[in-house]
Design a protein around this ligand. Sequence first.
Ligand SMILES: NC(=O)c1ccc[n+]([C@@H]2O[C@H](COP(=O)([O-])OP(=O)(O)OC[C@H]3O[C@@H](n4cnc5c(N)ncnc54)[C@H](OP(=O)(O)O)[C@@H]3O)[C@@H](O)[C@H]2O)c1
Length: 257
Amino acid sequence: MKKNKKKTIIIGTGSGIGRALAFKLSGEGYLVGLTGRNPEKLKALQAELPGESVARPLDLRDPREAIHSLGNLIMYMQGMDLMIINAGVLFRNEELVWAKEEETVKVNVAGFAAMANSAVHYFQKQKSGTLVGISSVAGHRGSGRSPAYNASKAFMINYMEGLRQKLFGTAIRVIDVRPGFVDTDMIRGNRGLFGVISPEQAADQIFRAIRKGKKKVYVPGWWGPLTYCFRKLPEWIYHSGYKKYLSWDTRVRARRS
Ligand SMILES: NC(=O)c1ccc[n+]([C@@H]2O[C@H](COP(=O)([O-])OP(=O)(O)OC[C@H]3O[C@@H](n4cnc5c(N)ncnc54)[C@H](OP(=O)(O)O)[C@@H]3O)[C@@H](O)[C@H]2O)c1
């Protein structure tokens, strides 16, 4: 392992945006730490990447164990300059099945906070570093379809603002990335999506934000003004729009089945 290479660890590289980020950063000359639940997927990805990488299974459903695995990975890579917390789960959960809500909170909230906490402690000792969290435009309003998911993204947005305040004036940066719709397993099969971009386009825009040292970034950027208006919508308009969308979606599903 080359000592003077820039080093990044990405939490969740098994598919989608995390996988595309692994390719992007590997192509940019980073030593990449690949993590996820499935060792086989990580090994296969490692074989495809253009540059050097290290793969370690890590499951955010057990945050304490994940902290331990992350510590070992940082030690093995002999450092970390950039940490990207990308892993997340989204369940369609109109029936409010507790197991789905619980997994969302475990992975997207407790798992995220565990990784962010470890990264900040590490960067404080090092006196520099960049932490990136992939939140979502969904973090701005609630969702009747996936209540825990939208709430978990609101947690991430708020937590990262807290970290930025805590680290203000230091050489440690915290970047909140808020994607709109990205064509990955997470949203495939959903109807009524617009402005969908590829994971590779998302990875390019995320890398640009890291290079520019942004604090928060919408991916693509036009989601910024759109979510501003969306946030201002009175609740009754927001809820009646959701109701109309649901009945349209149910009609389309019924016609297709
Ligand atoms: N796609 C979108 O439209 C969109 C929009 C806004 C925000 N986002 C956010 O972007 C991030 C990436 O999502 P994606 O769209 O790329 O979806 P995806 O293809 O489903 O990827 C999810 C990633 O999370 C990892 N993961 C899931 N559970 C995990 C666990 N328990 N422990 C460790 N890793 C876990 C997966 O890796 P393994 O399967 O290998 O474990 C995979 O790399 C998520 O945080 C998502 O909320 C996505």
